[in-house]
Design a protein around this ligand. Structure first.
Ligand code: CU
Length: 287
């Protein structure tokens, strides 16, 4: 049957192509991205432990299957192989074995979860001033010493806004804000409160931890603590409209001194543009 063989070959080729191209679509080859923040590293480690256990079981089960198919197959001209139905000790054994594996994975997961959820303190070389403003938080545990730089993340079609609520304010008590790029100090615990002003979005910088949905009227929380200065990129992870693909985000981590200088500059720039606008309005009114 050459047609059937051709079909099987074509299917196998398509599957191989799919597998070969899959890593291009994913950000990291086989594991979640990490290296930006301890929570992202813990997520990646937890994933790797389960991946290795899964891989060992996969090789064992598939190996045994292939071995049995080859070893006990019906040989040409040979007798019918014996039919086996059920094996109680074996069935009890792999049921208990599977239960033990699930229990072990659950135990390991519960060891890692608190470290993923609870932020550590900022380091001694992190931002010391600005940090420490008390702020009511419903779902995000504080670092042990209660001090963190708090930033509100607001999703809107199709850009992210960041309100630096712990920093000196603009006029009318409005917080200093930035769009698209969030500048943060290194070695400092940063707690994000995330919501949206229109539709559902999702905040995700893979190297800095898990995803958090940005939902109108509801606050979600996450945190990160970056030790390496640099730019960490992400993208809205919830289809939010026609330009969802353009809703990019990045976090730029700089040493605390540079962060303070940036914050001062940003505040000045906003105040100046507000003044310029007010002056323009006034001039317009006079015409
Ligand atoms: Cu989106």
């Amino acid at each position: 049957m050459p047609r059937r063989r051709a079909l099987i070959l074509a299917l196998a080729g398509a599957a191989a192509l799919l597998l070969a191209l899959a890593p291009v679509a994913s950000a990291s080859w086989i594991r979640p991205e990490s290296g930006g923040s301890p929570n992202a590293n813990d997520i990646s480690t937890l994933y790797t432990i389960v991946l290795i256990m899964g891989a060992v079981i996969f090789v064992l089960v598939e190996g045994l299957l292939v071995y049995s198919v080859v070893k006990f197959r019906r040989k040409r001209g040979g007798p019918e192989p014996t039919m086996v139905h059920g094996n109680t000790p074996l069935e009890v054994g792999w049921t208990i074995g599977a239960a033990v594996i699930v229990a072990v994975i659950a135990a390991i997961t519960f060891i890692y979860l608190p470290k993923i959820k609870n932020p550590p303190n900022s380091s001694a070389n992190g931002l010391q001033q600005l940090a420490g403003e008390d702020f009511a938080s419903l779902n995000q545990p504080n670092p042990p010493n209660g001090k963190a730089l708090r930033i509100n993340v607001v999703g809107q079609q199709y850009i992210w806004r960041y309100d630096y609520i712990g920093a000196p304010r603009l006029t009318e008590n409005r917080p200093v804000y930035a769009y698209y790029q969030m500048v943060v100090p290194t070695n400092t615990t940063v707690i994000l409160q995330i919501n949206s002003s229109d539709v559902a979005h999702s905040w995700w910088i893979p190297k800095l931890g898990g995803k958090a949905d940005a939902i109108p009227g509801h606050n979600n929380y996450t945190w990160f603590k970056i030790s390496k200065p640099g730019i960490y990129k992400g993208q809205c992870a919830e289809l939010c409209g026609n330009n969802h693909a353009d809703m990019l985000a990045e976090v730029r981590a700089v040493p605390p001194d540079q962060f303070k200088a940036w914050l001062t500059g940003q505040r000045q720039a906003i105040l100046q543009s507000q003044q310029a606008l007010a002056a323009q309005r006034k001039a317009g009114e006079g015409q």
